[in-house]
Ligand binder design. Structure first.
Ligand code: NAP
Length: 252
């Protein structure tokens, strides 16, 4: 049996990834920082006859990460890790306009890095011993095309400069983390890639999936999950240490 862990799996893209993986017969641990929200999500998926389990996992809390990794280890094995938990707290309230770099409080940047970068690093470090025992471990770091230096320095790219100091720089750091682990793991069967799910209607992007009709350009969480799942299920000959989006490889 293949076993997966998805962080931040109680809603949005994470929940859709968990559902997608579980529908393929994979047992999925839903990591969530809230016991109530996590258990509610598991209940939802179990009502769909999907093999899922809740694990308390706040990626900004070292003890929580360690306890979650131990719980999964004591239950057996792990083949797939999807580092999905993420925040974007550096927009002007109620808009998708970034707070300018000169105005952005450093504590906001720290919070972003704690969740989107340090959290992902530590979850990988804690689960790697289990993933190494898998016949083909897979790690997906859920990134963003806003992390792309190529896009952010392209004057013709419409969303250029969205949140460059906070969210985008944190996801760019996550991309380099991906490259670093891929290099360390190059002689193993583990593959690790950074994957952008594409602009998706979720709480993070401030767009209600039910109001998608009025928001061209926003995909559904299910569509974002498809892209993530593709790289969580890469075959043995698949790439590692690369950056992908819904339409294929992305420029760093
Ligand atoms: P979302 O609906 O806001 O979901 C974010 C998830 O992360 C929630 O389950 C949230 O839990 C969890 N989370 C936040 N901080 C956490 C922590 N400290 N520990 C554990 N879980 C935590 O957002 P989403 O759009 O699905 O985002 C999922 C991922 O996709 C993120 O990494 C995001 O950067 C990335 N992404 C999204 C888009 C987009 O357009 N939506 C585009 C590119 C990339 P709570 O419910 O407890 O807050």
């Amino acid at each position: 049996m293949t076993i997966a862990l998805v962080t931040g799996a109680n809603k949005g893209i994470g929940l859709a990834v968990a559902r997608n993986l579980a529908r393929r017969g994979i047992k999925v641990w839903l990591g969530a920082r809230s016991e109530q929200r996590g258990r509610d999500a598991v209940e939802l998926l179990r009502a769909e006859q999907l093999d899922t389990e809740f694990v308390l996992l706040d990626v900004t809390n070292q003890n929580s990460i360690a306890a979650a990794a131990e719980r999964i280890a004591s239950a057996g094995a792990l083949d797939i890790l999807v580092n999905n938990a993420g925040i974007m707290n550096d927009m002007v309230a109620g808009t998708l306009n970034p707070i300018l770099p000169s105005q952005l409080p450093l504590n906001t940047v720290r919070e972003l890095y704690d969740t989107n970068v340090f959290g992902a690093i530590e979850v990988i470090q804690r689960t790697l011993p289990l993933l190494r025992k898998s016949s083909g471990g897979r790690i997906v770091n859920v990134s963003s095309r806003f992390a792309s230096f190529a896009h952010q320095t392209d004057e013709k790219w419409p969303p250029r400069s969205i949140s460059t100091l906070g969210y985008s720089s944190a996801k760019a750091a996550l991309n380099m983390v991906t490259v670093g682990f891929a290099y360390e793991l190059r002689d193993t069967t583990i593959k690790i890639n950074a994957v952008s799910p594409g602009t998706t209607a979720t709480d993070l992007s401030g767009t209600d999936a039910r109001k998608l009709a009025g928001k061209p350009g926003f995909g559904t969480p299910e569509r974002g999950a498809e892209t993530v799942v593709t790289y969580a299920l890469l075959p043995a000959a698949g790439p590692s240490g690369r950056f992908f989006g819904p339409d294929g490889e992305l420029s760093w």
